[in-house]
Design a protein around this ligand. Sequence first.
Ligand code: HH2
Length: 447
Amino acid sequence: MRQNVRPGPGVAIGNARLAAFVPETPSRHRFAARVLEWGPPAEIARELESTDSDPEGVGIMVRKARIFPVRLEDVPLKAAPLLKQELLAVGGDAAHARGVADHSVESSPAVLLATWSQYRYLLPKLRRQPFGLKQVAEEVDRALRAYTGRGPVELVGAHRTLPLGPRPRVLGVVNITPDSFSDGGRFLDPSAAIAEAERLVADGADAVDLGAESTRPGASPVSPEAEWGRLEPVLSVLSGRLRVPISVDTRHAEVALRAVDAGADIVNDVEGLREEEMRRVVARSGAAAVVMHMRGTPTTMQLDTTYADVRRDVYRALAEAVDRADEAGVPSSKLVVDPGLGFGKTAEQSLELLAHVGELRSLGFPVAVGASRKSFLGWATGEAEPLARVDAGLAAAVYAAEHGVAIVRTHDVAPTVRALRLWERIEATRRTLPTSQEARSAAEPEL
Ligand code: HH2
């Protein structure tokens, strides 16, 4: 009969054993092979340390423990094979178009596959190469640092500051409108809007977002005068009463200017600071700004939802928008990016953007996301009524948290805060530091 062996009691040294192997009955799980799930470097370092590995070795191995795939667009024909070659030389790899081999393409997208440790060898080599590879190295370096870093710890508004992390901050929505898609007319009366904002803060909102023009698909535009007429009586009271930052959801520079003067901290522009005047107002007023992605206007945005690649197109558009804001003098520490779920996107496209929302962190700005009650959630769950989509909104908020989103915009503050509290407790277990000093320093690896 075949005999199996298992470590006997032996002598334990930490988690390892100096074992006398004793024969016993066959087991398919003698070694208890288990695929590990890990996320932050602290968690990786702790797992490695738990094998009683040499602490110095833990530091080396943490950098080998995860592949960071990095996508590049339009890599020149001459650069693509060099890039692959350099990646292969460090033990990584790179995908690019087949047409690179027979020169049938002028440029190619590329996906780089390398560990932290391999990028450390790769990037200095790329910096010495021609054909644009120096800039490739700089962009890859910047994206990796932005993606893996802890990000900014606060968003300084014109008057108040929103602390960021470790859990997403909850931005509670108050629509002072007759026609918003989920709560139109409920808070048009200023006293109802004020009471709602105070209720949201009591429920745990970290900031409130006041909107006086609906931006739902096909909504009729509101003049800046009419918008300000709705906003002013609410903002003037709340700015004296609320301790949390106030964001104003507007596409009009003159409304943004008056709002910041009247006490607003953040300009939430669904047009992504597209207008020069809006960029100027944000730069001069000291307000923070949410740069959201939308093609066209709320009236026109659903007319054409064709994207060559929705993730790539939204990423590029946001990158251009923050570059323009930078040129206009808006400090980068004041910016937040938002993929604009439901804004000129089909339900499938909004889900795809949500699925990959963490990629936006590579831009180097805190990421905001608004899924609450939106029709794409209804499409996914079969719920026609916005109020029946609250649960799906909570799932979206927790998903966003798991992918490093910094701000969650929601109408349903109380349940979102409760759901995120659980997520925060789970996350805290992953951030527990390893015990040895060497392994601890590995938990914050430098590229
Ligand atoms: N969504 C809406 C409005 N403003 N701002 C940001 N940054 N991100 C969003 O996803 C977002 C937003 C749409 O929601 P709501 O304000 O409730 O509806 P309406 O535009 O009909 O007032």
